[in-house]
Design a protein around this ligand. Structure first.
Ligand code: UDP
Ligand code: MG
Length: 322
């Protein structure tokens, strides 16, 4: 490489006023250091994406962009969710940088390893995944549920990188490949490995959230995992079919049993067994219909091809762009 690469760091923010000042300070310092070390071009910048926050997040981003030429802001018209906000940021930096790094606003993912990401980029890697070596700072509940989720996804045949969240570097051409995925239900962790190209992993320790609380309460986390599974795997539907086959087989045995009982004159019908099977089979059926409905719901959403997000404004140097 004879020209220094332009790096854009994309940070989705939702109600992050408590951490933003510190995050801006630390990321800015890192950016300056990397420029000083001549690892990235002086045209590199930070892009804060405000995902329809209700607090002062946008005002803070806007103010910083006025004072700091290395800070840009993108304001979404309403809350679109982490994945969509990240996507909005990445798509807006395509062709305006040589590589991008995405990182959460709370800096739970150690931003100092971005330097290693860049070194990998210099070595010719198009995608660099940040992988958590330890997450002792997360609650036991979060750790266990996340672990179970990753393992389940991998078992279901989804190609995701274990213990990697959305902290990664992508080259411009990798982002262009990513852009070609048109699905509305975004699960970037599953999509990025499908992009191809040479990829590397960089390990780090996951830190504590600097301030504020997680913007991923249990309800959002469950919805996110359900999205991940149903967007990438048809294994649950296959499980339903397998259960159906097993029960069909069992019902033949039950019929045989009933006939033999009848022939042997032992025809006292058991209310308990009937009621039990009605409830049991009913339950399985409802569950199966629900699961299939989940996929049909996805097809319904995908066929509409609704826009994933709306941009309100994009500011550079405090000035509105395009
Ligand atoms: N986030 C967002 N939109 C949302 C929810 C979260 O842009 O609707 C951002 C949030 O500001 C943060 C990142 O997504 O930068 C991850 O959220 P958080 O750190 O709360 O999740 P956790 O680390 O607890 O999984
Ligand atoms: Mg976090």
């Amino acid at each position: 490489m004879n020209k220094l690469p332009v790096l854009s760091i994309v940070i989705p923010c939702y109600n992050e006023e408590e951490v933003l000042t510190e995050t801006m300070k630390q990321l800015n310092r890192l950016l300056q250091d990397l420029m000083g070390e001549r690892l990235i071009s002086d045209e590199s910048y930070l892009l804060f994406v405000d995902d329809g926050s209700k607090d002062n997040t946008w005002e803070m981003i806007n103010k910083e962009s006025e004072m700091n030429p290395f800070v840009q802001g993108l304001k979404l018209a309403k809350n679109a969710g982490h994945q969509n906000a990240l996507w909005a940021g990445l798509m807006s930096v395509i062709d305006k940088c040589d590589c991008s790094v995405s990182i959460d606003a709370d800096l739970q993912d150690d931003h100092n390893v971005i330097r290693d990401f860049i070194l990998k980029y210099w070595d010719g890697y198009d995608i660099v995944y940040g992988v958590r070596k330890s997450r002792t700072k997360d609650t036991i509940f979060k750790r266990q549920t996340a672990k179970a989720f990753y393992q389940m996804m991998i078992k279901m045949g989804v190609n995701i990188v274990d213990d990697h969240a959305d902290f990664r570097l992508m080259s411009n051409r990798a982002m262009k490949n990513l852009q070609q995925f048109k699905e509305v239900n975004l699960f970037l962790r599953g999509l990025v490995p499908l992009v191809g190209f040479k990829s590397a992993k960089v390990y780090y320790h996951r830190l504590e959230r600097m301030a504020g609380e997680s913007k991923y309460p249990l309800k959002k986390m469950l919805a996110f995992s359900m999205d991940g599974i149903t967007s990438f795997s048809v294994t649950p539907i296959r499980l339903v079919t397998t259960t159906g086959i097993i029960f069909a087989f069992l019902s033949v045995l039950a019929a045989l049993y009933a006939v033999i009982s009848k022939l042997s004159g032992n025809t006292v019908s058991g209310w308990t067994s009937i009621i039990l099977s009605v409830w049991f089979i009913g339950g399985i059926q409802l569950m199966s219909i629900g699961l299939i409905g989940e996929y049909i719901g996805k097809i319904y959403k995908e066929t509409k091809q609704r826009p994933r997000y709306f941009i309100d404004k994009h500011v550079v140097n405090g000035q509105k762009k395009d």
